[in-house]
Design a protein around this ligand. Structure first.
Ligand code: MSP
Length: 473
């Protein structure tokens, strides 16, 4: 029965280089949450968007460096994103590319509407521009004369005649909406940061680029060679993803925009203001998760520590990779992947923890000739469900692993393998129930493994099972 439509989004990643496990982190978290809501509301009532950000200076310059036209370059690169998401079993509903003419049309119409309402004006802007961020940067934000997020790039001085959006008109309203929790910004400390930044003062923003050809033309000024600032049209992707097919418009507004903390300002103040200006409803929640480093270092091509999702999948399997990526940081906080500890983490939690429990109990059940009731459809347990709803993905996993540990302890304390007759069958029947519950709770996180376990433990007889996660030595 349909109770409600549910729409979750991920950032659209710059298609100037291949995806890595940092970009996979947000996408995987969104997949976990989408799977959870699909189980709860029905597949057809959930919409999950992913995509690529394909305009702007950064893409144009990278394509040029590779001796290609932007579109040609993108058409070769974008499939690597699709492949990466497939390798991680990311089950998205729509992959939006900002070069898709349908997106271009929606973005142009939306900006035209905002222009017609008088929220856009022309002015000259002079300032420093960080190509890495695709945004202007103030002197105040510089660290050692560079953008703190892109210390390898020199910000460029730019002076342009641009169109400006009256962001400052909307700031007080946004502050009220945030403070009254009419739009939710999570985690709470990030909401505070955004509110404080608004209180510090919000200036109008330039929304066109005179010097950038690779972008969407300004809809109301075809004479000028300017294009829309890439960030402005990129944000609109969340809305255009609901306008591609007729029956998808019911999904707007989004229930959850999942983003990294680096782009929370754009996804709150800038995006909310554009929506208000266009008379569109605001999203319900924006969650800004933390960043993880690898061995204490920022993930960066120049440091050579970029790990492709495929590398993880090759070593740890699809669900092993999902587990290691999602546990890279407590969801919402920063974290660090220690490459030396990855094998140990995999062995401890998956090969020995979950995998061993599943094979061990199946073996004992088979030897005992146990017959159990056929598995009924189960629901995700309340505590795990509550944690996922609060986006506490790490806590949900901790709860599941607590169950696994308790089952292990019970097996050893009661020496279940040495028990006999009805006593042994009784204990094993309870363990089968626990394992079925663990598998059900794991469905959003490790979908393939959960299915395998539930098949093994379907009953009435329990089948033998090959190790789910071969030990890595
Ligand atoms: N194109 C913009 C987003 C536009 S959305 C309308 C962009 N792209 S990006 O390719 O730079 O991706 C940034 C996002 O990637 C972060 O917000 C975060 O979701 C994810 N991450 C990239 N590296 C990450 C980590 N090291 N750790 C966690 N998330 C990371 O910004």
């Amino acid at each position: 029965m349909k109770t409600k439509d549910w729409y979750v989004t991920t950032p659209i990643y710059y298609a100037n280089s291949q995806p890595h496990i940092g970009s996979a982190y947000t996408t995987l978290a969104a997949d976990i949450i989408a799977r959870y809501y699909r189980a709860k509301l029905g597949k057809e009532n959930v919409y999950f968007q992913v995509g690529t950000d394909e305009h702007g200076q950064k893409i144009a310059e990278t394509a040029k460096k590779n001796g290609k036209e932007p579109k040609e370059f993108l058409d070769k690169l974008v499939p690597t994103f699709k492949k990466a998401w497939k390798s991680l079993n990311i089950d998205y509903d729509v992959f939006i590319r900002t070069t898709d003419p349908r997106h271009v049309k929606v973005a142009s119409n939306l900006l035209q509407k905002i222009y017609d309402k008088g929220y856009i004006y022309k002015d000259v802007y002079e300032g420093l521009y960080c190509v890495g961020c695709e945004s202007y940067i103030t002197k105040k934000e510089l660290v050692n004369e560079r953008c703190p997020l892109h210390p390898n790039e020199e910000p460029r001085q730019q002076k342009e005649r641009n169109y400006f959006f009256k962001l400052s008109d909307f700031a007080p309203k946004i502050l009220d909406l945030i403070q009254e929790n009419q739009v939710e910004i999570l985690p709470a400390h990030r909401k505070k940061e955004i509110a404080n930044r608004i209180k510090d003062g919000v200036e109008d923003i330039s929304i066109s680029r005179e010097s950038v050809q690779w972008g969407i033309p300004i809809p109301w000024d075809k004479k000028q060679k300017s294009t829309l600032w890439v960030w402005i049209e990129a944000l609109i992707n969340y809305y255009s993803a609901t306008q591609l097919e007729n029956d998808k418009n019911r999904f707007w507004p989004a229930d959850l925009h999942l983003v990294g903390k680096d782009i929370l300002w754009f996804h709150t103040v800038v995006w909310f203001s554009l929506l208000l200006a266009a008379d569109l409803p605001l999203p319900k929640t924006v969650f800004g998760h933390g960043f993880f480093t690898i061995d204490g270092q920022k993930i960066s091509k120049s440091l050579g520590n970029v790990i492709a999702p495929a590398e993880f999948v090759k070593r740890y399997g699809m669900d092993g990779a999902r587990f290691l990526i999602i546990t890279a940081a407590p969801f919402g906080d920063d974290g660090d992947i220690k490459t030396e500890e990855l094998d140990t983490k995999y062995n401890a939690n998956l090969a020995n923890g979950l995998g061993n429990l599943v094979t061990r109990v199946a073996g004992m059940a088979k030897n005992a000739g146990l017959k159990v009731e056929k598995g009924k459809k189960r629901e995700i347990s309340t505590k795990v469900s509550e944690a996922i709803k609060r986006f506490e993905l790490n806590i949900a996993l901790e709860l599941i692993w607590k169950k696994i540990k308790e089952a292990d302890i019970l097996i050893n304390d009661r020496e279940v393998w040495a028990l006999e007759g009805d006593e042994q069958k009784g204990v094993l029947t309870n363990l089968v129930g626990d394992i079925r519950q663990v598998a059900t709770d794991l469905k959003p996180f490790l979908p393939e493994t959960a299915e395998k376990i539930l098949k093994t433990y379907e009953g009435p007889e329990i089948k033998a099972v090959k190790p789910l996660f071969p030990r890595i030595s």
